[in-house]
Design a protein around this ligand. Sequence first.
Ligand code: XIL
Length: 675
Amino acid sequence: MNPLTRLGRRRASVLSLLAVGALVTPGAATAAPDAPDAVRASTLGAQAAQSGRYFGTAVAAGRLGDGTYTGILGREFNSVTPENEMKWDATERSRGQFTFGAADQIVNGATARGQRVRGHTLVWHSQLPGWVSAIRDANTLRGVMNNHITTVMNRYKGRIHSWDVVNEAFADGGSGQLRSSVFRDVLGNGFLEEAFRTARTADPSAKLCYNDYNIENWSDAKTQGVYRMVRDFKARGVPIDCVGFQSHFGAGGPPSSFQTTLSNFAALGVDVQITELDIAQAPPNAYANTVRACMNVARCTGITVWGIRDSDSWRSGENPLLFDRNGNKKPAYQSALTALGGTTAAQRADARSAGSAAALPSSFRWSSSGPLIAPKPDATHNIAGIKDPSVVYYNGKYHVFASTASSAGYNLVYLSFSDWSQAGSATHHYLDRTAIGTGYRAAPQVFYNTQQRLWYLVYQTGNASYSTNADISNPNGWSAPRNFYASMPDIIKQNIGNGYWVDMWVICDSANCYLFSSDDNGHLYRSQTTVGQFPNGFTNTVIAAQDSAHALFEASNVYKVQGSNQYLLLVEAIGSDGRRYFRSWTATSLAGSWTQLAASEGNPFARSNNVTFPSGAWTRDISHGEMIRAGYDQTLTIPACKLQYLYQGMNPNASGDYNLLPWRLGLLTQTNSTC
Ligand code: XIL
């Protein structure tokens, strides 16, 4: 299909959504902390809580008398899972005789320490008393199973955040089917559905999880089997709220597809949790990769390690945990904490000596110019709006690239000027007259690649495309478009829904270049290549962030903050008033994880409520734009102080065909800079 028509349709559908008022409030928008440092905690639980997650551990009632054990337990974790004490052989050893002493001890202790509790587990073929596995009559077994679920859940009703309703029901190997167990063999495959329905009735406040091991690698038959079951449950309204990935890993850590697996399950509408993490020999990287996979998936709500010290582990011979036998933190502890977004003592000392006072504030105030750049239609370009600016200051001039919008669709324009007061009088060079060509080109991003000594212009054409030029001031120097990808990466195909693939953005650190892009379905994607291979080799596409479609809309920008170890992510959102605004996050690495900075409507990065308009409030939208950078190269470095942001806005009374809306460019200048 003609991309022009596609784009027009996309915009039209966004508008009709606005028209019927079908707006969503950003789900993950919460008040930002006081200062970036305040979002870095020094314990696992406290740091996980900063992103609304828990970090838990399995607890054995028999160890609660050990002071070293309980010391770490109380300090580091905000969720606990009884390791064995809620299993069938512990709670109903003989039919109808329930014993809760050890489980009570754990739950009461957790409550006293302010920790949340995961329930583990109600229906499992293992640690199951012989009297249950001996049952051959379906009605008897059904009654026994439902009574067990109901009685145990009732005991802790309202006190368990997530219950593993069914554990390990799928077979290992290539079948993708249920394993043989008394439950499947006597009741048939429907026992899972029955168990979940019973559980929902018993404690409607608990999240109901399916939990299993070896379902972390996306292409494994077992993973696919569980995925099909969850998809079927969701389609038929069988109550299921989460999937637990046990994550008992070998020394290699998680499979490379782990994050994909988590996000694919999350896309079915369930939470995902890492429920029993341990990794042979506890390599720090393997722990970091596991934690990052969770942090990168919005619906990954928490991580539980399967024990505290190596000596507490069911795999103690493999030393798979975060604390050694003496209760000392191992290197894996530091990497897990860092991956959660926290700082270790050593990192805090480094940051102090690097003078990271240059970091960004956690709330912003701006003053806006009036509209500085408006379309300049000519005989062959009947332009209605000028949009999506990219800007560098180089060789004494601002060089601005932008999208042009007209009834014919989208293309690009270039202008340069020495001072913002000259912006309105600059000549507009339409880039469809160059080798960039006619057709759908939009949302440009410009930077200089210092290794290759070439300017790059990145833009969308339906694919992610780029042109190069040795001289930024020569509009005719741009090469014809080339694509970064052979075709849309699979993970985008799987998640894009009915929207479109837009707003490509490249940023490099000293080793790698990253290509970010958005869909209209709440996903920010990230691909990666090495600095040496760039512009080729973009692979490893992952979901870098996700939220509801309006909370994580389009126009992502990623920058390096000068003089600090911070990266800044900005993403445009659609607010509850239907107007565009920007949310912000920071990270210490381009691969995430992203911590909210000013990310809510009340504390936005830039929205009509934190912008003043001394020369008149000409727009309610603070939409697609770019920061004025401190440099012009591929690192996209911005100053930490006195920020300026070039954005698109428009007359709030304008309406009609999206492609004909009167977008203009204006400049925000930060008014609350403290340095
Ligand atoms: C393990 C416990 O850690 C051991 O103490 C016990 O002897 C056996 O079970 N999958 C699960 C957990 O769901 O309940 C298991 O826990 C580990 C594998």
